[in-house]
Design a protein around this ligand. Structure first.
Ligand code: AMP
Ligand code: MG
Length: 345
């Protein structure tokens, strides 16, 4: 009875706050994983929602530590360092599972998503949040790292320990860790009986359930400037991930150098400024968005097919949107005028 009463009181409070006929949506934000994390709930008691957000915030802080490739206080940072010694290094089951999954994703993307290019990321200076101003690295240094052919398969896990077969390889989960993080967050919500929510980590999100009588509607940010480029409706269990050249970059002599590196050349990928993937699997969506940018204009469509992706949108340097037919059906453009579109069957 007390429970019913408090739930009613909470519902009344939310309705008062949100205006009388507004739906009972509740949102909270916090800073985590180096971005603004926004958690939305529908039809959930605020006290329950708040407790869930606190648990997610704590889990994201732990993941940031344990999956940060250069955080020496965390599991991955310590592993990277220990592997420099050459021998087999004991590994947590969690990291072993993540290396296994990332290796499988790398294989499925033909190595365009490559979690072993940590040295290249470091050479470019994108391993730190604020890159100190400096020109791009020397071509010879880039070529030397590419020649080392770092690959996910260079890490061999046996009997609770990992060995590195190739000293050129260094793990960086930057292109996949947000997928992992939103999965952990949704598991925490479900364990609390929450069925309608979105966990949005700076534009990378997983949604469950619906927004009452209607689906959730989410925005995809404009790759140049503020505001929303397009929106989509999602419901059930769906993830939406966007990779872009605007997240970490520097400009030198008028050229933009960004953080998504083509492992084949060692240079930032060219051709697309953002890639958005909608899929039921968050880690696949995350790795795929990164890999599609690397695949570029000539390679994105075969890669999307190989990965079984139905919903893909890429924005090129002229602002045109390249879409799969299903995605073209699903997005609503929010810019005026709407972008030029190229639908590729
Ligand atoms: P995302 O924002 O998901 O596309 O991830 C970009 C981050 O992943 C970068 O900041 C790097 O740490 C790392 N990264 C860059 N290029 C690649 C690549 N080709 N494969 C895997 N990880 C990459
Ligand atoms: Mg990614």
């Amino acid at each position: 009875m007390r429970r019913v009463r408090s739930r009613l009181a909470a519902a009344v409070l939310v309705m008062l706050l949100a205006g009388c006929d507004a739906p009972p949506e509740y949102r909270e934000q916090f800073l985590g994983l180096h971005t603004l994390v926004d958690v939305s709930f529908y039809d959930v008691e605020p006290a329950t929602a708040r407790a869930a957000v606190a648990a997610i915030e704590e889990e994201f802080a732990r993941l940031d530590r344990d999956f940060g490739a250069w955080n020496e206080t965390g599991a991955l940072g310590r592993l990277n360092r220990a592997l420099e010694g050459g021998g087999a290094v004991p590994i947590t089951p969690e990291l072993a599972a993540a290396i296994g999954e990332a290796t499988e994703l790398s294989r499925r993307t033909g190595g365009l998503f490559n979690p072993a290019i940590g040295r290249l990321v470091e050479l470019w200076g994108f391993h730190v949040e604020e890159r100190a101003p400096s020109p791009p690295p020397a071509a010879a240094a880039i070529a030397a790292l590419v020649a080392g052919r770092p690959q996910a398969e260079d890490f061999v896990i046996e009997n609770g320990a990992v060995r590195r077969r190739n000293p050129a390889a260094r793990l960086d989960f930057g292109a996949y860790a947000k997928g992992l993080a939103v999965n952990h967050a949704i598991a925490l919500l479900r364990a609390r009986g929450i069925a309608n929510a979105i966990v949005n980590a700076g534009g990378d999100l997983r949604a469950i359930g619906r927004h009452g009588e209607r689906p959730w509607r989410i925005g995809i940010r404009h790759p140049r400037g503020a505001g929303i480029f397009a929106s989509v409706e999602i419901e059930g269990d769906t993830s939406v991930f966007t990779s872009g050249d605007y997240e970490r970059f520097f400009i030198h002599d008028g050229v933009r150098y960004h953080h998504i590196i083509d492992p084949r050349t060692g240079y930032p990928a060219r051709g697309f400024v953002s890639a958005t993937v909608i899929h039921s699997d968050a880690t696949l969506a995350d790795a795929a968005a990164t890999a599609l940018i690397v695949a570029g204009p000539a390679g994105w469509r075969p890669l999307a097919t190989a990965l079984g992706l139905e919903y893909v949108m890429l924005i090129d340097e002229t602002g045109a949107a390249h879409l799969t037919p299903a995605m073209a059906h699903r997005v609503r453009f929010e810019t005026d005028p709407a972008p030029r579109t190229v639908i590729v069957p």
